[in-house]
Structure formats: C-alpha cells, structure tokens
Design a protein around this ligand. Structure first.
Ligand code: 1GP
Length: 238
C-alpha cells in the first residue's frame, strides 16, 4: 500500500467502505504463534493489524512487529499503551491523546516521551483523539490511565469531546469501550458522533459477534477493532 494509511481510511470513509482491524497484544501472543495467527487474520480479510496493550513488557513490541512482517503484508498500526511500545518496524502509529480523561500523563506527557523514538522514524504518525466510554468493566486502559470513562448515557459529552478533538486537529476519533468490555459503545453514541464530525471514526471494545460489528458499521463506525474475541477464538464467523 503506497498511499498513506490515513488517506486510505479517509477515502474508505468517504465511499462508505467499512474497515476491520484485529488487535494483537504482544504480551498475550507468543512469537511462535505469529505465523498461524497471521493466516487467521488474513482469512478474516482484516485491513489492518493493530499492535499494542496496556501492560506490554518493555522492548518486546519491536521483535513482535518484525516477526509479523515476516508473515503478512497487512499494514501494521501501533496502538500503544505507552511510549515504550513505539517501533519503527510498523507502518503507522496512532498518536493517541486520551481526550475523555483529565490526566496530563495521557494528554501530553507520554506524547513528549515518544518524541525521541519518532523524530527520525519513518512511521506515519496519525493524530488520534481517544475517547473512553464506560464499557461496564474495570478495563486495563481505565486502570492504567486513572481516568474516568464517559457514561454511555452522556451522549452530549461524547459528541462535544469528539468535536473538540477534531477542532484540535485530530485526524481520527477512537470510541473505546475498553478491551473485553461487557457493554460495547452504544449505537446512538456512534451515530451522533458520526453526524457531528467529518473525520473517520474507529470503534472498539467488547465486539464479539457479526451482528455487533454490523451494527457499529451501520451506526457510522468506519473502522472496527476486535481484540479479545479474536484472541480467545470466540469470534463468530465474520
Ligand atoms: C481495545 O478496542 C480494543 O482497545 C478492542 O477491544 O479486546 O474487547 O475487542 P476488545
């Protein structure tokens, strides 16, 4: 894929084409599993592989991405829990700001810490507004970020946060219910955010079935991320 991944996502969004990313956590997948996992991801026709996690051991992301690259051509986008997960071996990086939270560590500190890794890298850096919504579980991102998720019924706050993110120059908005969420991001939230912003929307957290996936797409998600259900082999045929 020679054009930028962001351009690819923007163009798909304009055309109404729906995208899928499978999330792999280097802490939960061994290097030996990567060959078979890559085949599984290709069988799902996923557009991207996201790599990242909340508690990834320092330094292992680099080898993980290198191994993935030996087995698949699917573009790899880093979805890092912290700056130590940045590796030049991936294709792109979601440069996340946790804009639903009020913890400076995840609004700007981690981003500054990432700069030495990014300055001379060829990674495509994609400014992304990350919005944590209550998924009914005490998710890892919630624990690590020490931020309060936006309640599912406060749609106005989610929408205003997404619009503010867009005004701040984010190129993508990620609506996150948290990995392994009991409740996925509400469909009304997705559709209201969609109505109010002109940048593509990523949705993830707790999606396990084809029906949930299609509902997210129909409500306005441009790209859906699935991690836990893929990892646990509980993903119903997509
Ligand atoms: C988590 O949105 C992703 O950051 C995916 O969530 O693991 O629940 O699929 P799941």
């Amino acid at each position: 894929m020679s054009k930028s991944l962001l351009t690819f996502i923007q163009q798909a969004s304009k055309k109404g084409e729906k995208l899928l990313a499978i999330l792999l956590d280097p802490d939960k997948t061994t290097l030996e599993e990567i060959s078979s996992i890559s085949k599984k991801i290709e069988n799902l026709n996923a557009n991207f592989i996201f790599v990242g996690g909340s508690y990834v051991e320092n330094g292992i992301t680099d080898a993980f991405v290198e191994k993935l690259k030996e087995h698949t051509q699917i573009p790899i986008i880093l979805f890092p829990g912290d700056y130590s997960q940045v590796t030049n071996k991936a294709d792109a990086l979601l440069f996340l700001s946790l804009i639903s939270g009020r913890n400076p560590e995840y609004l700007i500190e981690q981003q500054i810490k990432a700069v030495p890794y990014l300055k001379n890298s060829s990674l495509e850096i994609i400014p992304t507004g990350y919005i944590l919504i209550d998924g009914g579980t005490n998710s890892s991102v919630l624990k690590v970020s020490k931020t309060i998720p936006i309640p599912q019924n406060n749609i106005d706050l989610v929408v205003s946060t997404a619009i503010a993110g867009m005004y701040k120059g984010k190129q993508l908005i990620y609506l996150e219910a948290g990995s392994g969420a009991k409740n996925v991001v509400g469909l009304k939230i997705i559709s209201e955010v969609k109505k109010n912003i002109s940048i593509p929307i990523i949705v993830g957290g707790g999606i396990r079935t084809k029906e949930q996936l299609n509902n997210a797409y129909k409500s306005g998600a441009d790209l859906v991320v699935i991690g836990t259900a893929f990892e646990n082999n509980t993903l119903q045929k997509l």
